[in-house]
Ligand binder design. Structure first.
Ligand SMILES: N[C@@H](CCC(=O)N[C@@H](CS)C(=O)NCC(=O)O)C(=O)O
Length: 214
């Protein structure tokens, strides 16, 4: 398997955690999102990723895109440890948590969105940082309510073993902290993110541990 990744990409970070949890070896191909106008824009990479985004996972001659689709593919092809619960209502809860981050928080703060705010919209650095923090804080506050209001929440988002929800939460909290978002009102989010981040597979997937880390 070959993973096209950028060390700070939170969508790539999700997939790296899944690969590490399942103990799957892979070749790491760095795609620098800032150098050379963004290596994700280069024609060779766009052959693999029509939307010019990382991650891409190549496996058995197929190029897979979209981190959640890749993780579900890995879960189906390498079922242990399972990243989704077996029971339908529980699977739905884990997917809802994951999608709250992957659909409702992350896309608003993606690099290409922040670039567009700068040019052509002319929003300055302070305005862009405010935008970032607004969406990450309001999104994670919703996530906190989902966790705190459920008896299914455990050491992890769903029970005591990591699921797809934790694979999304840890990278999002890492990004939130980099941008100095205020997480004081989210004790459950912080507790679970810190618990999972200390697990060996999450540590191995951390941005600082990647070959392209700066
Ligand atoms: N929904 C996609 C999002 C992928 C994505 O947005 N990747 C970011 C890095 S986290 C990216 O490649 N950004 C490049 C850009 O915005 O130009 C997924 O989950 O894989």
């Amino acid at each position: 398997m070959r993973l096209y990744s950028y060390f700070r990409s939170s969508a790539s970070y999700r997939v790296r955690i899944a690969l590490a949890l399942k103990g799957l070896p892979y070749e790491y191909r760095a795609v620098h999102l800032l150098k050379e106008g963004g290596q994700q824009m280069q024609p060779d990479f766009r052959q693999l990723s029509p939307d010019a985004l990382v991650p891409v996972l190549e496996d058995e001659g197929q190029a897979l895109t979209q981190s959640l689709a890749i993780i579900e593919y890995l879960d189906e092809t390498h079922p242990q440890p399972a990243l989704l619960p077996a029971e339908p209502a529980e699977r739905a809860r884990v997917r809802a948590l994951a999608l709250t981050i992957a659909c409702d928080i992350h896309p608003l703060n993606n690099l290409r969105v922040l670039k567009y705010l700068k040019n052509p919209l002319g929003i300055d650095q302070q305005g862009r940082d405010d935008w970032y923090r607004h969406w990450v804080e309001s999104g994670l506050a919703a996530f906190e309510r989902m966790l705190a209001g459920s008896p299914r929440t455990g050491q992890c988002c769903h029970g005591d073993q990591p699921t797809l929800a934790d694979l999304c939460l840890v990278p999002q909290v890492y990004n939130a902290r980099r941008l100095k978002a205020d997480l004081d009102a989210m004790p459950t989010v912080v507790r679970i993110a810190d618990h999972c981040a200390a697990l060996p597979a999450f540590e191995a997937a951390h941005p600082d541990r990647q070959p392209d880390a700066e």
